[in-house]
Design a binder for this molecule. Structure first.
Ligand code: PGA
Length: 250
């Protein structure tokens, strides 16, 4: 109580979008405005663009992150990228356990946890994603699902300084639909209380909301209790929209 809120984090998840020229232009447009903002800004380009976007944001107020990493530091894992490789390109964050990877690549909580632990070991801050499906919400299971995912995916050694948790209801991702303000607060408050049983400085762990965040709804969402920023997909591909979300931070 009365603790200062952590500095908000506005993270852009570009997913599988962008050619080299698009990515560099987007990064430069974000960099141009980033210095004047209170929130911390992060861009997570697709793997092919991490190096050139990294050059564009190097030495600026915009941080760089990956969208996934393998649990192992190196080895025979065709197509995968390790956490130390992301560090080598200047990344400070990596998204793990995004619902698209959980669904399309069958990622389990245990695998997500191993990825998050690999990220910590390499010096990255993992952004651990979780969230219920629409069917689970309709069954009244949202809190049970996110609790199970949090307990199963949070890395050993998680701390406020080095771990971020993103609540992203699957049914709100890319759909233009969002939970009510009250529903977001209920889940975030619940996650904070669960975190308090797992992490010494739970109040400092940034809890992001993700799923159809845009300039038009950011102010209301970012003002909610226990919402410490946003993980933004579609709206992060337009510099003005992404910056408007960042400016909406309280
Ligand atoms: P969206 O995606 O903002 O396009 O809904 C969010 C996410 O998947 O991280």
């Amino acid at each position: 109580m009365g603790e200062p809120r952590p500095r908000p984090l506005i993270a852009g998840n570009w997913k599988m979008n962008g050619r080299r020229s698009d990515g560099i232009a987007l990064a430069k447009a974000i960099v141009a405005e980033a210095g004047s903002l209170g929130a911390e800004l992060l861009v997570c380009p697709p793997a092919t663009l991490i190096a050139p976007v990294g050059e564009a944001v190097k030495g600026t107020a915009v941080a760089l992150g990956g969208q996934d990493c393998h649990p192992a530091p190196s080895g025979a894992h065709t197509g995968d990228i390790s956490a130390p490789m992301l560090v080598d390109l200047g990344c400070r964050y990596v998204i793990v356990g995004h619902s698209e990877r959980r669904a399309e690549h069958g990622e389990s909580d245990a695998l997500v946890k191993a990825k998050a632990e690999a990220a910590l070991a390499a010096g990255l801050s993992p952004i651990v994603c979780l969230g219920e499906t629409e069917a689970e919400r309709d069954l009244g299971e949202a809190l049970a699902v996110v609790t199970r995912q949090l307990l199963g995916s949070l890395p050993a050694g998680a701390s406020g300084a080095r771990t971020v948790v993103a609540y992203e209801p699957v049914w709100a991702i890319g759909t233009g639909r969002t939970p009510s303000a009250r529903d977001i607060e209920v889940v975030h408050g619940h996650l904070r209380r669960e975190l308090a049983t797992l992490v010494a400085d739970a109040g400092a762990v940034r809890l992001l909301y993700g799923g159809s965040v845009k300039a038009g709804n950011a102010k209301e969402i970012l003002a909610l209790a226990d919402v410490d920023g946003a993980l933004v997909g579609g709206a992060s591909l337009k510099a003005e929209e992404f910056l408007a979300i960042a400016r909406a931070c309280p």
